[in-house]
Every structure is written in structure tokens, then in C-alpha cells.
Ligand binder design. Structure first.
Ligand code: ZN
Length: 340
């Protein structure tokens, strides 16, 4: 009951990359960089296990950014000539690569870190991939001329990598779709369908993470404009409830999401965000248990997973570590409180 997991990313140590940045520069290159990525992955596996989490991830230590880590291994994309583009409906500008030819995988994308993580933890292993719609929103299209067509092309590539990750021994494959909260109608119309293409044929557990973004200033400012009630999930959850995706990760603690929207996910495992990633204040176990208690009004006990609202990548290592411990301690307290 109340398994604990992180959304995905964790801070990179200062010897691996620039700290507290969303698109950090690596500190080294070549074989030395590969070794540093491996060391950082092992460090965070140990930290998650020491904190007492039930589901372990690689902390996304081997990728610069959650979208570009995948896209870098795709043929048909010009990474040499990045362009500035407003992303997430122009919420902020990003340097994005351009799609210039038919898309094809160059080879395996995440074999190194997935196999390394599998070798070093006996716990459930979750691996994250960007969702097709969020990828489409984070590259400049100079070839397809049609968002849906391009999303389906990316979905096929994601499916190839997801099946290979499953063969590596990954237990849960999670697709990250923050774009679902920005283009809600598109998400319901074709985003969920693209996600199902990406997850086609998987027999491991499948998940989707939908959030209001990392705790960076552009996102914090955007949230101020969303009003008292954030009802974005209301448009997307019914389509997800009908889909084959088994787990849904959502923001809860310190968000303005009406908790009753969780009811729309009937039949799904719900990864409830009990840790705020936009604040350095460490949650108390009581606060975490209270949030779990609130979610229990709408989610059955055996379907509730305690999670972070989003990734912890832009935070300091110390804060992230303390938040992992708060997550595990809060879930333990909730087990005592709500087990009968
Ligand atoms: Zn997120």
C-alpha cells in the first residue's frame, strides 16, 4: 500500500554538469562523461534506496534534458542548427533542434543507463521517456508540416525504445506529457492515441506523467495566471481513463488542482504528487500523509502511489535528498494511519 516513487529526474552532481539548471552543460566529455553519468546514476539509486523509496529510477542522469535526451538519438533531426522557439504555448523560449527529414532511430537510446540501473537495484525499476505530444512541442518542424503525423512518427520510435527497455528488465515505462496540460483538446483528440502507439505491445506497467512543469520561474509565473481552480486535467483524464495506460501521475500538494478530478481516473493507479518541486521547503511526514489522506477520498488505497509533483532536476542535491526522505517517511506514516 502507498508505494513511493519519484516523477523522474533528480539533480545532477556538480562534477557531472552545471547545477540547478534545466539544460545544463556537461562538465566533461567522451569516455570520462560516460563514466560520470554512470557514477551519478549509481549515486542516486543508492540515495533512493536509502531514503526507502519502493520504485527506483535512474534520475535521468545520462540525459541533458528529458526531451532532448531521446531526440538526440533520432535521425532526421538537425541538432547543429538549433532555433529559438516559444514552447508550451509560448510560455517560455527554448533552443530547439529542427526536424528536417523522415525520422528513424540511430540505435538504442537509453540502453546504457537502463541496464546499469537494472543491474544495481532489485527494487521495481521505472524508466521515463518523453511523450510524443511533448516531443512535438519541443522541436521545430521543417519537414512533416502536420503535428499529428509527426507525433505518430515519434510514437513509433518511442515504441521501439520502450520495447527494448522492457527487454532490459524495466518494470514500469512512463511517458512524460506536460504538453497535455497546455493543449487539452489536442491531448484528448490525438495525444492519448499517440501515447497508446508509443506503449503498443508492452506487457510491463505503463504510466503517464502530466504536470504543470518544473519549479522554474516561467512555470511558477504561468501558474499565477491559471486562477483559483486548475481544471486542465478534467479535459484529459476521461480520454486517459478509456486508454490502455495503467498509471497516471498528477500534481496535488500546493497545486490548485481540485482533488475530486482524481475520480475521473477510475480503474487507474494514481501517482499522487505529495512533494512540491517549486519550493525548497521540505515537506513534513505529516503533510505528506495528509495529502495521501485527501487523495484517498477519491482514489482506492490499492491504487494510490505517493509521488513527487514533477522532476527534481533543477533543485539542489541537498533539498532533493531531503524531499526523497520526506516522501518515504510520509508514506510510512500514511500506512500506519490508513491501513485499517
Ligand atoms: Zn513534470
Amino acid at each position: 500500500m502507498f508505494d513511493t516513487a519519484i516523477a523522474g529526474s533528480l539533480p545532477k552532481p556538480s562534477w557531472l554538469a552545471e547545477t540547478e539548471k534545466l539544460w545544463p552543460q556537461w562538465k566533461t566529455q567522451g569516455p570520462e562523461l560516460q563514466q560520470a553519468k554512470a557514477d551519478a546514476t549509481l549515486l542516486w539509486i543508492k540515495a533512493q534506496e536509502d531514503a526507502g523509496l519502493d520504485v527506483i529510477g535512474d534520475g535521468e542522469q545520462a540525459r541533458q534534458h528529458f526531451v532532448h535526451g531521446f531526440v538526440e538519438q533520432v535521425e532526421g533531426i538537425d541538432f547543429e542548427h538549433k532555433v529559438t522557439m516559444g514552447i508550451r504555448n509560448n510560455r517560455y523560449d527554448a533552443q530547439v533542434p529542427q526536424v528536417v527529414a523522415p525520422l528513424r532511430l540511430k540505435g538504442r537510446v537509453h540502453a546504457f543507463e537502463a541496464q546499469l540501473a537494472r543491474k544495481h537495484t532489485k527494487k521495481k525499476l521505472k524508466f521515463t521517456l518523453p511523450g510524443p505530444m511533448t516531443i512535438v512541442d519541443t522541436v521545430a518542424d521543417r519537414f512533416y508540416g502536420d503535428k499529428v503525423k509527426m507525433a505518430m512518427a515519434f510514437a513509433e520510435l518511442l515504441n521501439q525504445e520502450a520495447l527494448a527497455l522492457q527487454a532490459d528488465g524495466v518494470d514500469i515505462i512512463q511517458f512524460d506529457e506536460p504538453a497535455f496540460n497546455v493543449y487539452m483538446q489536442d491531448a484528448a483528440d490525438w495525444g492519448v492515441a499517440a501515447l497508446e502507439v508509443a506503449a503498443r505491445g508492452l506487457t510491463c506497467t505503463t504510466a503517464v506523467h502530466i504536470c504543470y512543469g518544473y519549479g522554474i520561474k516561467a512555470n511558477v509565473d504561468w501558474k499565477q495566471t491559471l486562477g483559483e481552480e486548475w481544471r486542465q486535467y478534467e479535459q484529459v483524464f476521461p480520454a486517459l481513463a478509456k486508454s490502455s495506460i495503467q498509471q497516471v501521475s498528477l500534481e496535488c500538494f500546493h497545486s490548485h488542482v481540485p482533488p475530486e478530478l482524481m475520480q475521473l481516473l477510475v480503474g487507474k493507479d494514481v501517482m499522487v504528487g505529495v512533494i512540491d518541486v517549486a519550493s525548497d521547503v521540505i515537506e513534513t511526514p505529516e503533510q505528506v500523509a495528509d495529502t495521501i489522506g485527501l487523495a484517498l477520498k477519491y482514489v482506492p488505497k490499492n491504487h494510490l502511489i505517493a509521488c513527487t509533483n514533477c522532476g527534481l532536476a533543477p533543485m539542489s542535491r541537498e533539498v532533493a535528498m531531503a524531499k526523497l526522505e520526506a516522501l518515504a517517511q510520509g508514506a510510512a506514516l500514511a500506512r500506519q494511519r490508513y491501513s485499517v
